[in-house]
Design a protein. Structure first.
Length: 332
């Protein structure tokens, strides 16, 4: 594996390291199977190691064992697998490295028979990435980027907290990257080369475990910076999967937060349901569902700039209540 200490851009480029069982392509693309067909072992809070998913295009790795990787497990799919976005991915971003990610979005749906058959109450929202992608596909590519940014905006305070706690990271630089992409969404101000450079800059801002590990704040900072990187990649590739991965990072942050404050270790369906049903988790899933609906409405309006600015302000307000054990009460 290419090892560039402290440089997240080089993490999983063409790895043949035995600790990462399958080679990794620079860009993840296009496996649309249901989440319950991608099953990986999930470690609990602070011990997030993962097993390889043999026989699938995904590669799981123990990120703490690979040079330059951070906790949480990683997966990519080969961009040569084809699909609707293969040409775009191959032509615009073939050398853009993958973002290190974690695996919580890949756990089986707890209402599926292969996960114990424990029923989910109709009032409990579930994380459904396949559905998110379907809804994102219906949006103009610009609004897919906006959705990813709305998810990322709510995580930015976690990155600032990491910086305050450790002195590491660069919140001002990450804010600049968000502002640049937001301006591009409204006015189309960036060329593809600038977008690609922005994505790479966001990867540099993902905290590196080589520089240390802070259990209390670093996982959430990783999610925040990675979500912004996925927003940039969504802009570059027009692939709705990238925007969906930004939403997943928000979901995984809340999943991790709920585990930590509740002491619940995931595993059996009852524990999964307890995590999923937590007010903080349900609030974020509701926000994502609402954002997708509002963007679908915005897509039908001739002048969508004002509504988009309102959505941004709403996400910025909600950032203060995302990590709230009660789920927060402000939703508009």
């Amino acid at each position: 594996m290419n090892s560039h200490k402290g440089d997240n851009r080089a993490l999983f480029e063409g790895s043949t390291d035995p600790r990462c069982p399958r080679p990794h392509s620079p860009i993840a693309a296009n496996d649309r199977r249901p989440a319950n067909q991608h099953r990986g072992h999930r470690g609990g809070w602070g011990s997030r190691s993962h097993a390889s998913t043999a026989g699938t295009p995904w590669a799981w790795g123990n990120r703490s064992s690979a040079a330059g990787c951070s906790r949480g497990g990683h997966r990519t799919a080969s961009s040569s697998e084809g699909g609707q976005y293969a040409t775009v991915v191959g032509s615009n971003s073939s050398d853009l490295p993958a973002v290190c990610g974690s695996d919580r979005g890949e756990r089986g749906r707890i209402d599926q028979p292969d996960n114990g058959g424990f029923p989910v109450n109709d009032t409990v929202r579930t994380y459904d990435e396949t559905r998110n992608i379907e809804l994102l596909e219906r949006l103009p590519s610009r609004l897919r980027v906006v959705f990813a940014l709305l998810c990322a905006l709510r995580l930015l305070p976690a990155y600032k907290r990491f910086n305050s706690h450790t002195g590491r990271g660069d919140p001002a630089a990450l804010d600049v990257m968000v502002q640049k992409l937001w301006s591009d969404c409204l006015e189309g101000t960036m060329e593809d080369d600038e977008v690609k450079a922005g994505a790479e800059r966001c990867l540099e801002l993902v905290p590196s475990e080589d520089e240390g590990w802070d259990e209390e704040t670093q996982p959430y900072a990783e999610d925040a910076a990675a979500a912004v990187a996925y927003a940039y990649r969504s802009r570059l590739t027009a692939n709705p999967q990238e925007a969906a991965w930004a939403a997943r990072r928000a979901y995984e942050s809340l999943d991790r937060y709920v585990q930590r404050i509740s002491g619940i270790a995931p595993g059996d369906p009852e524990d999964e349901l307890a995590i999923l049903s937590h007010p903080a988790m349900q609030a974020e899933l509701a926000r994502q569902e609402r954002d997708l609906a509002d963007l679908a409405t915005s897509a039908k309006q001739e002048d969508s700039i004002k509504p988009l600015e309102e959505l941004r302000k709403r996400s910025e307000r909600e950032a203060s209540i995302v990590f709230d054990a009660t789920g927060g009460e402000r939703t508009s």
